[in-house]
Design a binder for this molecule. Sequence first.
Ligand SMILES: *[C@@H]1O[C@H](CO)[C@@H](O)[C@H](O)[C@H]1NC(C)=O
Ligand SMILES: *[C@@H]1O[C@H](CO)[C@@H](O)[C@H](O)[C@H]1NC(C)=O
Ligand SMILES: *[C@@H]1O[C@H](CO)[C@@H](O)[C@H](O)[C@H]1NC(C)=O
Ligand SMILES: *[C@@H]1O[C@H](CO)[C@@H](O)[C@H](O)[C@H]1NC(C)=O
Ligand SMILES: *[C@@H]1O[C@H](CO)[C@@H](O)[C@H](O)[C@H]1NC(C)=O
Ligand SMILES: *[C@@H]1O[C@H](CO)[C@@H](O)[C@H](O)[C@H]1NC(C)=O
Ligand SMILES: *[C@@H]1O[C@H](CO)[C@@H](O)[C@H](O)[C@H]1NC(C)=O
Ligand SMILES: *[C@@H]1O[C@H](CO)[C@@H](O)[C@H](O)[C@H]1NC(C)=O
Length: 822
Amino acid sequence: MAIPLVMLFLCKLLLLLFSQFCYAIDTITKDQSLPDKDGSSLLSKAGTFELGFFSRGSSGNRYIGIWYKNIGVRTVVWVANRDNPVTNNSGKMVINEEGNLVLIGQNQSQPPFWTTNVTRKASNPIVQLLDTGNLVIKDGDNNKDGAFLWQSFDHPCDTLLSGMKLGWDLKTGLNRRLTAWKNWDDPSQGEIVWEVVIGNNPEIVMWKDNVDYFRSGPYTGEMFSGVYAPRNNPLYEWKFVNNKDEVYFQYTLKNSSVVSLIVMNQTLSLRQRLTWIPETKTWTVYQSLPRDSCDVYNTCGPNGNCVIAGSPICECLEGFVPKSPQQWNAMDWRQGCVRSGEWSCGVKDKDGFLKFGSVKLPNSTFSWVNQSMTLEECRVKCLENCSCNAYSNLDIRGGGSGCFIWVGELADMRVVESGQDLYVRVATSDTDGKKGRRKKVILAVTIVASLVLLMLLAFCVYMTKKKYKGKPETTMSTEQKDSERQEDLELPFFDLATIVNATNNFSLDNKLGEGGFGPVYKGLLVDGQEIAIKRLSRSSGQGLKEFRNEVILCANLQHRNLVKVLGYCIEGEEKMLLYEYMSNKSLDLFLFDSIQSKFLDWPMRFKILNAIARGLLYLHQDSRLRIIHRDLKASNILLDNNMNPKISDFGLARMCGSDQVEGKTNIIVGTHGYMAPEYAIDGLFSTKSDVFSFGVLLLEIISGKKSKAFSYQDHEHNLIDQAWRLWKESTPEQLIDVSLANSCSVFEAIRCIQISLLCLQHHPQDRPDMTSVIVMLTGENVLPEPKEPGFLIRRASNEREESSNRQTSSINEVTVSLLNAR
Ligand SMILES: *[C@@H]1O[C@H](CO)[C@@H](O)[C@H](O)[C@H]1NC(C)=O
Ligand SMILES: *[C@@H]1O[C@H](CO)[C@@H](O)[C@H](O)[C@H]1NC(C)=O
Ligand SMILES: *[C@@H]1O[C@H](CO)[C@@H](O)[C@H](O)[C@H]1NC(C)=O
Ligand SMILES: *[C@@H]1O[C@H](CO)[C@@H](O)[C@H](O)[C@H]1NC(C)=O
Ligand SMILES: *[C@@H]1O[C@H](CO)[C@@H](O)[C@H](O)[C@H]1NC(C)=O
Ligand SMILES: *[C@@H]1O[C@H](CO)[C@@H](O)[C@H](O)[C@H]1NC(C)=O
Ligand SMILES: *[C@@H]1O[C@H](CO)[C@@H](O)[C@H](O)[C@H]1NC(C)=O
Ligand SMILES: *[C@@H]1O[C@H](CO)[C@@H](O)[C@H](O)[C@H]1NC(C)=O
């Protein structure tokens, strides 16, 4: 009985193959079937996705799958019978009596290989492949979207497409989760699973063979505590919904013609975001999780804290010591840390809290939450119960709200930019820091030291006053001082009048340039000292106090290759920073000018690039703060009258609040053409994204050419592309600036090109850190061979520029540096 129908279907297909006017079929109705034959497949209306039988490798196993129709590499995004393949070509898909879509073999009395499970029988079931990649069963043709009887989006395999939900439907108990394929040629369920875990505060967890492998950290209202993922990125938008009916994560591509997905990869043990690059016909990885060893679950053990730039990466939280010093020192941190002893619960002067900033919140399996409590109430609540070990805000929006309390040990903590403040219970002596303890021990010494310090301080104040006599008399008010912890430096405050006077009321003649965060003016103080004044954006969304703190922190950073902060000014809407004046302005003015560039011979360029590397290393590692610059570029390298380079604008990303976890956090600071792919696309920044920018800068210093924003049109002329092409052709010397012809050590320059390509590697983990860069620059060891550098998605480039501009005009005028305007 079914044979004539199959014939009919086949004829239809033949017709389809031979007639270009006929459109492909995207549905199966009750009296049709989809046999495992050449050319029999469903094609979604716009031709984006195709559904049919496929096999991988040599096994001959047949699977029903959905893949992209129009990209060169068959990428299967969903498999129906992943655990139960048909072993020969006799399978076919039909709609059965119950209205279920089933995959049956030749012998129809045997159980099907795969079946859907509709809860309601349709009178006129229709199976349709939608352009989103969703395979749905609906009742009749006129049923509304969302009212599907069944959909493949509810049963994901290893791929999360745009619009799919990862997480729970709490009413039906449906848990949509991703499970990796076992292997490239075996779609059956592997060991890597990625799912939303609902607890006190839901988060997304990756399991490897049923063991915790990576946590996103709890959702804090704005993002996940362990993953920085800006919503406002050029490629997609995402949301995390958490209400009584549903808890899920979902992303939506902004441009449906860009092909991008999230996939689990068993071989690499990673969750990756891949984007299809049509020009090169390859998938490119834009984000991988876990990112590094600190992301791996509980690397440092209970009460340990993972600091990826640290050496070693694990440290005990303050107030804790390694449980087993022997193993700890052998870099086996799994046992973690225990309290160092002095703490007694509930005893006055022995019990208190120490604040840790920027940490990924610990495993919250044993925790307690209350949405409406304040942080202070939370503290009190935690103090009441001796099992409480830490507390924090539940939601960080609007200055923070709610109470999140941890009972038991604190597992899986790390320092991460998206992290938040966690208050950990320790002995009060620890809360005063080590200074306090020392004081107790050697009291007399301290008294003497304090006396000396006092005298020194008095002397400093005297000197400062003397130096700025007649101009800025105000320093910090005592109130302000009380609230600060880290007050090492008395940073002069300048009043607005002084600055208006010094800059001739910000006259155009005094304007030195326009930086990423606002215009820069030259100023002349009454005593004849020249200074540079950076007038920060009025709209930057940070409070005065925070701003002041950041300024003071940054003023504490002192290195001969960093521009010195001389003072600051806050008045009304105005926020300004005063820097030492650099008479030779910025590096780009020399580098990209055909006449000026002649002044920069190779030895000088080599000296400059080494100095920049040392400045950057200081920011990354040696300074107390560990600053990620985020906008390193030639125009941010200033030159003093001896042509010594100094990095400027460091810490501005922090000062302007774009790094804070509140409010307008999603703003990507930086300049296209210098930004690492993972930063430009996903907003993931790290010291390694600075390394990428440094790589670009190196190429510019060697070639004398400017790296432009990545764009499709510019593709051929893109500096990174060009460097890579020449490198592959073994003619890297062609990249060297012609004006270096006489002064250049070709060997040194080629070595620098190789180093820069290493800095430009696509994966952050493939890039060296600044310590290694310096070793490479100064040493003569054989360098690793670079792989293809990372590029941004060329197709999305127009859109990206648009979105940056949008931010520029609406949210935070100057935090985004202009694209290639300068
Ligand atoms: C396909 O395999 C089944 C058993 O797996 C067998 O019964 C059937 O005869 C095979 N059909 C063909 C066409 O080889
Ligand atoms: C079909 O399967 C049934 C049940 O497994 C079996 O009894 C029957 O012999 C099979 N028929 C054929 C033609 O293989
Ligand atoms: C189909 O769903 C019902 C109830 O929703 C459940 O009891 C049954 O086990 C399911 N069957 C399969 C094969 O998943
Ligand atoms: C995982 O990624 C690697 C490298 O991109 C690839 O070769 C491999 O096929 C992928 N594995 C799976 C199971 O998709
Ligand atoms: C958190 O800790 C609990 C208890 O130790 C453990 O069962 C769970 O797997 C851990 N991981 C996550 C992601 O909750
Ligand atoms: C949460 O805290 C508020 C304010 O302290 C209190 O009124 C409320 O009862 C608490 N809720 C729970 C569930 O403990
Ligand atoms: C402390 O908190 C734990 C976990 O919430 C609870 O089981 C215990 O009863 C509490 N103890 C007291 C004294 O409140
Ligand atoms: C979407 O991408 C395509 C191809 O990359 C491009 O041609 C188109 O202009 C983009 N659409 C929008 C709205 O940006």
